[in-house]
Design a protein around this ligand. Structure first.
Ligand code: AMP
Ligand code: MG
Length: 494
């Protein structure tokens, strides 16, 4: 039996926040992928993680004896409309473990069967979306972006019915925790102030223990979560990631990226980029992500107002509003700082208005947009320009001269390190490999339609080394044909 040493602080501290629920079990589990490096991080004994044991545990057929599967309650705004009860309709938290760095991590199954929160759903997941979550989560991790991660993917041997029958799978997901903005909303919608306080105290203790002794700890929690989201969304924006479904139930209090459904990476730079088939109004478009982040945090703040100051709601609202007003400046600071690093230019301590690096960054984006340039390649080829060869960069633009003035200004602001050294640094900050949509789809189709995991494994290996250019991986760096990207759509995968 896999020795997880599972603990259950959520279940033990927060009765009434979940329902106990066993996994449904599957008929014929087979291991698609085990994340050995994550298993090691979690302190699992790799010798004991044999295929058969993994299949049993990670399908839910035979959980470790210290597991306590629960379905967590949550609510959420989906595309702006409030749903008072969502909850784990196809997921189960089986327990928490302490990783090698002392961090508490949730271990959860996704696609493990119906729960009391399933509403009309079947509680299942298909191979394609499960492997997609695996792949994109690992890519994000390798890019240095906080994220939930996949520990294992197991095929169930059973079909799931979507538009047609698809092969089923269960994903094992590891998260800092699964507490979401929507978890707070569940209790706020029921005016259960004590529960909001309990939940806030729980997340403060688990994620932000330095806030515990503060007299205004709930306001401080709002501030911290706001800062974390500002930093996270800035990181997304700097690699072209589009979450695709930033509903409040998909915003984790831990500051990790969670719920990889219709997410995708932008190819050609355009802030209006949307891939999700159901996002008709572009609510979750690339460039709208900071605004939606703030919208979601405002919903979070509303849940906290009664515990910030229950005796003077107006005053609590005023104080929460002041915290929310820091979100956008914090986002901008993170985003400009990140862009400066990616450009290799000197950080300025002047105000935004008079900082020449701000104008340089703004103009860089304008050039990318005007010439509809591939976002990833443009950043990556800056290193070549530092190294002495500008043509790989300038050839991305419609007119080779389009960037000439900008390059001259950029070079004046460049850090004064030796060019080779600076180019090396830029190559460590600007990935050459991102999960390009055509490659992701190709890998998932092979796995789902033909049971062929080779393209998935190959792509995963590349994405685990996003900064390390290798000649044999050249096809993974190439953008999809523009016609492909124009028509590309992603689906929620439910
Ligand atoms: P998601 O779109 O994955 O963020 O899920 C939104 C809500 O729908 C959550 O409450 C999920 O648990 C629920 N849900 C999604 N897919 C299913 C499914 N196949 N069966 C049951 N519930 C589901
Ligand atoms: Mg969700």
């Amino acid at each position: 039996m896999i020795p997880f040493h599972l603990e259950h602080t959520y279940a033990e501290s927060l009765p009434g926040f979940f329902v106990d629920c066993p996994p449904a079990g599957v008929s014929n589990p087979s291991l698609l992928k085990l994340n050995r490096s994550l298993a090691q991080e979690l302190g699992l004994d790799l010798d004991q993680l044999t295929g058969e044991l993994s299949e049993k545990a990670f399908s839910g057929n035979q959980l470790p004896p210290d597991a306590r599967p629960i379905a967590q309650a949550y609510a959420g705004h989906q595309f702006g409309s409030f749903v008072p009860q969502l909850g784990d309709g196809r997921a189960l938290l089986i327990g928490e473990c302490i990783d090698g760095t002392g961090q508490r991590r949730d271990i959860a199954l996704k696609g493990s069967g119906r729960t009391p929160f399933s509403r009309g759903g079947d509680g299942k997941a298909a191979v394609g979306p499960v492997l997609r979550e695996y792949l994109i989560g690992e890519a994000m991790h390798a890019l240095g972006i906080p994220t939930t991660r996949a520990l294992a993917a197991v095929a169930t041997g059973e079909p799931v019915m979507r538009e047609g029958p698809l092969p089923g799978a269960v994903l094992t997901r590891v998260a800092g925790s699964h507490v979401r903005v929507g978890t707070f909303q569940f209790f706020a919608a029921r005016q259960q102030i004590d529960q909001i306080k309990q939940l806030a105290d729980y997340v403060i203790q688990r994620h932000y223990p330095d806030l515990q002794e503060l007299p205004d700890r709930y306001l401080a929690l709002l501030h911290r979560v706001s800062d974390q989201q500002a930093a996270l969304i800035a990181k997304w924006m700097l690699v072209g990631f589009i979450h695709g479904v930033m509903n409040t139930d998909n915003m984790a209090i831990s500051g990790e990226t969670i719920d990889y459904g219709p997410c995708a990476f932008m190819e050609t730079y355009d802030p209006a980029t949307v891939f999700s088939s159901i996002d008709h109004a572009g609510r979750y478009a690339f460039g709208n992500q900071p605004a939606i982040g703030l919208w979601n945090l405002t919903r979070f703040a509303e849940t906290l107002v009664p515990v910030i100051d229950g005796n003077d709601i107006d005053h609590a609202v005023e104080r929460a509003t002041r915290v929310l007003e820091t979100f956008y400046p914090t986002f901008q600071r993170n985003w400009y700082d990140g862009a400066r690093q990616k450009l290799g230019i000197v950080p300025a301590d002047k105000s935004l208005e008079s900082d020449p690096t701000v104008a340089l960054i703004d103009d860089w984006y304008k050039h990318l947009e005007d010439s509809a340039v591939d976002f990833t390649l443009a950043w990556r080829r800056l290193a070549d320009a530092v190294d002495g060869s500008e043509s790989p960069l300038t050839s991305l633009f419609n007119e080779p001269d389009a960037l000439a003035d900008w390059i001259a200004r950029w070079k004046q602001l460049l850090l004064e390190d030796p060019p080779k050294e600076l180019a090396r640094r830029l190559r460590e900050l600007n990935p050459v490999y991102i999960p390009r949509n055509h490659l992701v789809e190709e890998a998932l189709a092979a796995a789902s339609d033909e049971g062929d995991l080779q393209p998935f494994n190959d792509l995963l290996q590349v994405l685990q080394h996003p900064f390390e250019e290798r000649s044999e991986w050249s096809r993974y760096a190439e953008p999809a044909p523009k016609d492909y990207t124009k028509c590309y759509q992603t689906f929620c995968g439910t």
